[in-house]
Design a protein around this ligand. Sequence first.
Ligand code: HEM
Length: 467
Amino acid sequence: MPSPPSAWQRIKLGRKNILAVWEAEAFAYEFVSTQFFTRRAFLCNSPDAVQFAFGSHNESFERKSPAQRFSLLPLLGDGLFISDGDVWRRRRRIVNPIIHVSRLPEFAPVMVESIIEVRDRWATLPAPGDIDALGEMARLTAEILSRTIFGRQLGHEHASVLVESFSEYQRHIGQIDLLSLLGFPDWMPRWYSARIRRSVRRIHALLDDIIEGLRVQNDRDDKSIVGRLLNARDRDTGAPLDAKALRNEIAVLFMAGHETTANTLAWTWYLLSQSPEAEARLHREVDGVLGGRPPTLADVPKLIYTRAVFEEAMRLYPPVPILSREALKEETFQNVRIPKGSIVIVAPWLLHRHKKLWRKPDHFMPERFLPESDEPVSKFAYIPFSIGPRICAGMAFGLTEAILCIATLAREFKLGLKPGHVVEAECRITLRPGSSLPMQVSRREPAVSGDGKPVPGQSLSCPFHHA
Ligand code: HEM
């Protein structure tokens, strides 16, 4: 029987593809530990263990692991995604309300407007039209973020520089911090490649320029996310964010909101192309709910199967497949001592396909997320947005954007995988279907009459709607 990989072999595997560090048995682990040189790492892979680390004892594990912190430090500085303690709490209090669910009435029309531009472009493609579904979704989510974060401030040229630089950063950044595994302290400077430094310079210069322009305009009524951040004040001190903090938080929002949503949308189109039954059920729902018109925010609660499709895509391919923390003090779980400084890992990649937690864990079955499903799913077993105080601040934003996108595009198009293309999951901080996803778009006839009204005899109400 082959022996399990050593710490060094795991690190070598992980540098190529971080998910390769786990063998097949890991999908049944519950709480296990491994030694990585000077650090002990604990994998929390059961609902109880996740509840312990991210729920009841979250304060002991609120700090991101050195690997996460140092991989994003040049780009995000003290941005809330990688900060902790007082800085994190203050920033979270400022950012949360600005992208909160209550802001969706402002964001949703911008989302639909951007999605309709994609729809109109796809409508001009020859049948079937060749597209890179991953690139299309990445451009779309970047466009939506640009318009909501910057209002109309960001021109096409700047948007491309931003997207390319973020993507260059993700491509070249390492995901393992060898120095901290070898016992080197946090204050020791880390080395970053010329490509990383170049992409950071570009992103920061662009964001600084935009912020400075807005600061000079001094528009107190600016409703964009940047405008609101500029006008935000700390609840306790009354101080505004300084220029660097503002730039870091904008970088966080762009980074956190861009690839996560784009990758899952790409996975969704791929999964639907492999599952004609799910695709047909989705089409019935969008035709029934929307008739011949584009969706609005009011349709989102009715698009229940559409949401289930996206949720199932996030289960199989969680956009952030590994969440890792550092123990700020010693803790004990199930009589096992977790020393201060250990790494605690929660991996949605393993948890979401856990052999003991899911029926047919590797199958695409959106119906498990429907309200009538009898599959028992613990809220600590399904965590695409993480859980606990550090839960994704943009969850409502991302979910709404995705549902509007799937409904708008699936109402008029079918996407098929380009014949011969083999999809392979690749993890570069986020989990994506390789570097591109070649698909073919063809038009479908929504079940509506030419005037945009439902065909006679078809109910407008959603067959899966539970009021
Ligand atoms: C499908 C879409 C998305 C998924 C699956 C997702 C997932 C996540 C996850 C797992 C985390 C926690 C990471 C960790 O603990 O290491 C996170 C954090 C965060 N996300 Fe999202 N995200 C999505 C979309 C968005 C969007 C659209 C935005 C903003 C508009 C956003 C803003 C944030 C922010 C600000 C944080 C940091 C929260 C904190 O540390 O307090 N996310 N996201």
